[in-house]
Design a protein around this ligand. Sequence first.
Ligand code: FEO
Length: 173
Amino acid sequence: MLTGEMERALNEQVNAELQSAYQYLAQSAYFESIDLKGFAHWMRIQYQEERAHALKIYQFIIDREGRVKLLPLAEPVGEWESPTRAFEAALESERDNSRRIHHLCDLAMGEKDHATLAFMQWFVNEQVEEEAVAYDLLQRLKLVADSNAGLFMLDQELSQRTPAPEAADMPGA
Ligand code: FEO
């Protein structure tokens, strides 16, 4: 069973993952608007994965006899100066999310809540990967410096992305 404080913190993390999904969907729409379909596809898969993260925590709250409470979402940012700026925002958002996950782990440790701590380890590892991928793509975008030829090649590559299994299995993925 969860403590009241842990239940509140996990519900806030459900909200953070949904907010992140919403933001990635806005980024996907931005890339559609500038005809970079591969980037838009990549961001849309990111949106699906964030929804899957939210549902993973949602289910965990229920499994631990907690009460899910859905919180409001803010309007996402929808415009950037360039693809590079959009990826800078994505990386910053992933770093923020890592900090939130680590804070949840600290809370679980403080409460000696081993079940939540074990559950959150998946997210700790996932964040390492998410930050690494966003960082790599940002560095490559900086290298092509928004040149049309470079963006076209990267767009082709990003169009090949397939969803992670937990996101692919979701209804409406
Ligand atoms: Fe679910 Fe990208 O953090």
